[in-house]
Design a binder for this molecule. Sequence first.
Ligand code: COA
Length: 255
Amino acid sequence: MTETILSQSEDRVLKITINRPDKKNALTLAMYEQMTALVEAADKDAQIRVIMITGTGDSFSSGNDLADFLSHPPTPGESPAAHFLHTISKTEKPLIAAVNGLAIGIGTTLLLHCDFVYAAASARFQLPFVNLALVPEAGCSLLLPQLAGHRKAAELLMLGEMFSAEVAHEVGLLSSVCEADALEDTALETARRLAAKPPEALRLTKALMKDRSGDVNERINKELGHFAHRLESPEAHEAMQAFMEKRLPDFSKFS
Ligand code: COA
């Protein structure tokens, strides 16, 4: 039987590939469970520094499998989709998406939880919840207006029409748009650069960026608390020592 979720670890980067091209990479309960397990394991694995998600064929993901929606409707509590969303929202490691084609429903909303999103110029996006008489999921009713402003988010969520990679880039959903044949290399290039950074400093940076509590003054203090500790850390010692010795820092021994 074909594996619908593929995974590969190389150069401290875990690549997760959604592989159900005959169904436009629609996500079943089992696929959410597999992706959740991979992300959770990667979070605990010191050998993995970065997680990347992409798809095969002409789609990134056409969203939740609609047949699954009817046969196993998610309940308000924990469901495999909710567990997956909480897991990617909480992962401490940098998350990169390479959007190779259609990204519909959760195929688009999961991007709001990624740190870097690259898309092929041919990629198409859609948030069709209202058209299906549903409501937004994955926290996108909060995250999309924050990112794109209420006006643009209303257009995308209330009209629910397909939009281009150019529009997705304009509203801030993408890091950049590239030619389809350069997509994977572009995403991997960023992944490798991130994998060479001091891991604890990267984890704390992501945690600070995702922490939306408090005001700016509280944040300055919170950052300074970490900053003081960081200055004492072996990672910072290596970074500064390398500068003094006019060499590149090597963070490979840290976890
Ligand atoms: N769930 C289940 N099956 C899906 C699917 C989904 N989300 N998206 C596509 N498929 C299946 C189709 O049923 C079809 O299966 P079949 O070959 O057995 O008939 C196959 O994938 C190819 O899809 P098709 O519709 O023929 O391709 P298309 O290029 O004309 O259109 C889409 C592609 C993605 C635009 C269209 O399939 C679509 O709108 N899918 C639903 C998207 C959606 O609403 N997702 C849920 C968001 S909450």
